[in-house]
Design a protein around this ligand. Structure first.
Ligand SMILES: [Cu+2]
Length: 185
């Protein structure tokens, strides 16, 4: 989107400069600019963005497919707790969400107090954390590492400090973490 908008911006600025440089009427063909630039071009661009948005939205939506790891994210002022109902015996973690790499996981997001928003930008879109309601977002990390996340809905005094990380483990590391004893690791 950024690359496309830069190209369009340069084109628009260029078209606006043409009449200034070539100081005569009809420097640009009026009809072609109106119909082509004002009607057809935006329609094509917006359709392309609509298709892209629908595809991304579909990718982020839960599908009830088997083998997807389920994790739970509980927001509160001003921290995140992550629970692992699919991993019996595994204690909840504070501020760090542990996931396996290369495998989709669904985050079931809720809140204990006010509305927050779960957002790990490098993994995908954000989703609201609403008290009394569970929203689900489907994500996947394709490389091991740490993906920073942040509450994306203003939720009070320490909202800006309400961050978390998603730690994506290789399969062996994930098994080791899963087997590790004790809370908050
Ligand atoms: Cu928040």
């Amino acid at each position: 989107m950024l690359a496309g908008s830069v190209v369009i911006f340069i084109g628009v600025v260029g078209a606006a400069l043409v009449p200034l440089v070539r100081r005569r009427p009809g420097a640009l063909p009026t009809r072609a600019m109106l119909i082509g630039g004002g009607l057809i071009f935006p329609a094509v661009v917006l359709m392309a963005l609509l298709v892209a948005a629908l595809l991304v939205g579909d990718r982020l939506s839960p599908r009830g497919e088997p083998g997807v790891l389920r994790v739970e994210a509980q927001a509160r002022q001003w921290a995140w707790t992550f629970a692992y109902p699919d991993l019996p015996g595994r204690a909840a973690t504070e501020g760090v969400l542990h996931v396996p790499v290369g495998r989709p996981f669904e985050v079931h997001v809720s809140s204990q107090d006010v509305i927050h928003s779960f957002w790990a930008p490098r993994l995908g879109g954000k989703i609201d954390a609403i008290p009394g309601q569970v929203n689900v977002i489907r994500l996947q990390a394709d490389a091991p590492g740490v993906y920073r996340g942040q509450c994306a809905e203003y939720c009070g005094r320490s909202h800006a400090m309400m961050d978390f990380v998603v730690q994506a483990h290789s399969p062996a590391d994930y098994a080791a973490w899963q087997a590790a004893e004790g809370p908050d690791q």
